[in-house]
Design a protein around this ligand. Structure first.
Ligand code: CP
Ligand code: NVA
Length: 299
């Protein structure tokens, strides 16, 4: 089974992975070394701190063997055709986990590899992040019936969170400037997953999204690969900074979430990042537990 799109797990699979993530966090020793000899490729076409380190530690903890591959060696689609990279890695490795620019390259690799292919972030989705996001939210309150306000760019992180949340009965209200809402097919997928258990709201009004929410989430205004758009985006996104006043509209016990890296002063203030109800470092920690749970689920 692949984990290219967050929906690939199915609702039951997602619930199972989240339960497992909580269990492996509670008792790290219980799963130490239990999958010896499984070869896991971790490929990066873009920079990474959390994903690289949390995945490598998770793989090692389970007794698996990580192979970190950087694109300056591989030359995905340049030195070599994408499908050849997938087919060849598949002959060596038991699991292929990749961070790529173009989501279609993951689909090509998945089509040419029998091994499970895991998305470590693409231009469309960041499903491993969504696992950690929901794990962190579940530590604060039951997922079913919760509401997350996502403020900012309707990009990869937002897409996976909105869909995964819907699969677990979490409502998402996304607020961003016109032209930066999540793609229609992602909103449709989230609404289909939500059924009548949860609601997906797309608005340009950040206050409307945040009012009464159980969690407030934001991401960078310019993602990796969009650096040249940073100035134009800053002008558009300025009204969407999550500051203490905006966070104050959420439920009194609401938590603050961010996938990190954060650009303090842009999409969030220090006051929110370092707020006593900020859970950004728990969320980063949970990347490791959630990835471990995913690997156990897939092997
Ligand atoms: N949240 C996340 O994916 O961080 P990195 O880009 O540092 O891996
Ligand atoms: N949206 C961001 C997330 C980084 C973890 C990016 O794609 O750069």
């Amino acid at each position: 089974m692949d984990f290219v799109n967050v929906a690939d797990l199915g609702s039951a699979g997602l619930a199972e992975v989240l339960d497992l993530a909580a269990a492996v966090k509670a008792d790290r020793a219980a799963v130490a070394g239990i999958r010896p000899g499984v070869n896991v490729g971790l490929f990066f076409e873009k920079p990474s701190l959390r994903t690289r380190v949390s995945c490598e530690v998770a793989v090692n903890d389970l007794g698996m063997i990580p192979y970190v591959l950087k694109n300056d060696e591989i030359g995905l689609g340049k030195r070599e055709a994408v499908k050849d990279v997938g087919a060849v890695l598949d002959r060596y490795l038991d699991i292929l986990a990749l961070r790529v620019f173009d989501h279609r390259n993951l689909e090509t690799i998945a089509a040419h590899a029998a091994a499970p292919v895991i998305n470590l972030l693409s231009d469309r989705e960041h499903p491993c992040q969504a696992l950690a996001d929901l794990q962190t939210l579940a530590e604060a309150r039951p997922l079913e019936g919760a509401t997350v306000a996502f403020i900012g760019d309707g990009n990869n992180v937002c897409n996976s969170l909105m869909i995964a949340g819907a699969m677990m009965g979490v409502s998402t209200r996304v607020a961003g400037p016109a032209g930066y809402a999540p793609p229609d097919d992602m909103v449709a997928a989230a609404r289909a997953a939500a059924g009548d258990r949860a609601e997906i709201v797309i608005t340009e009004d950040p206050a409307e999204a945040v009012r009464g929410a159980d969690a407030v989430y934001t991401d960078v205004w310019a993602s990796m690969g969009q650096e040249t758009e940073a100035a134009a985006r800053r002008a558009m996104f300025e009204p969407y900074r999550v500051d203490e006043a905006l966070f104050g509209l959420a439920a009194p016990d609401a938590i603050f979430l961010h996938c990190l890296p954060a650009h303090r002063g842009d999409e969030l203030t220090d006051g929110v990042a370092d707020h006593q109800r900020s859970r950004i470092y728990d969320q980063a920690e949970n990347r490791m537990h959630a990835f471990k749970a995913l690997l156990l689920h897939l092997t």
